[in-house]
Design a protein around this ligand. Sequence first.
Ligand code: C2E
Ligand code: MG
Ligand code: MG
Length: 292
Amino acid sequence: NNPEQLIKNADIALHEAKKQGKNRCEYFSSALEMMFQKENDIEEYILSALENNRFYMTYQTQYTMDKKIRGIESLIRLCNDNGETVSPVDFIPVAEKSDLIIKIDDWVLEHVLDDTLELVSKTNNEITVSVNVSAKHIMSDNYAKAVIEKLEKRGYPAKSLEIEITEYCLLGNLNNAIENLTILRNAGVQIAIDDFGTGYSSLGNISKLPIDLLKIDKVFIDNAAENQLDEDFINIIISIAHLINCKVICEGVEQEAQLDILRRHSCDYIQGFLWSRPMVIDEVVKEIVGER
Ligand code: C2E
Ligand code: MG
Ligand code: MG
């Protein structure tokens, strides 16, 4: 009805076109406007949470099949104004649409290295500490160099750090991703592919990457005890991992019956509520150092 509104709405469509990868058309709609508002609110919330220390890290233990500790995965949490915990599924996807994810990833890596340096040394560098890294970050210039600097600054053993990436990394600037991963791997850092089988798996690309660990997504194990096809998929993914000389871990293991299936198919490690939930670092230290 008026030029200001027209230009504002056009700007929302323009913004969406840029977010979707530029060089494309997007139409304005009221649904787009609502999504834009919601994402803007979340983005502002993330920025203020970074400034006000409202993020914190939790860690979930990973085990060998005979319940020895293999390592821990770091999982971010946000504490909202009411003191409630906000899950990363509610803010990471929004952060990934903008450069905020780079800020979050940097914050996470610094915190995880500081939180776990002592724990790693107490275990004679035997546990692996995993960090989730967004596809955008792994494709960016000089990512590997920045990680190595953070390790060196602390005297943190590179082999104790594992970077978890998803198959989305293979969709964008594959050359940059491979370069960063190769530099990290040569420095001793381990590389894991997260949520394997749910993204755009390209076996051709997977075999090009320097990988140490494949993580089988929870969706495959969820019904494996009742559904033979799901069990067959698990079996095949484990075979693929072993074929390319990777270890394999299954995420989201909640039942003994699922554990039996994974043992039967020679899975290497598991992670799931059956044996552990994400905990704050003090609890992890108690569990791991207490265990030794
Ligand atoms: P993910 O990396 O695949 O992490 C595994 C998720 O499964 C975690 O959810 C974990 O709490 C949950 N989980 C583990 N075992 C079980 C189980 O037995 N049952 C069920 N129902 N769930 C289980 P969370 O912590 O909510 O994280 C969700 C996703 O958010 C992560 O998936 C990861 O993609 C992302 N994320 C978490 N922390 C970070 C981070 O620090 N940086 C980035 N870039 N992404 C993160
Ligand atoms: Mg992960
Ligand atoms: Mg996963």
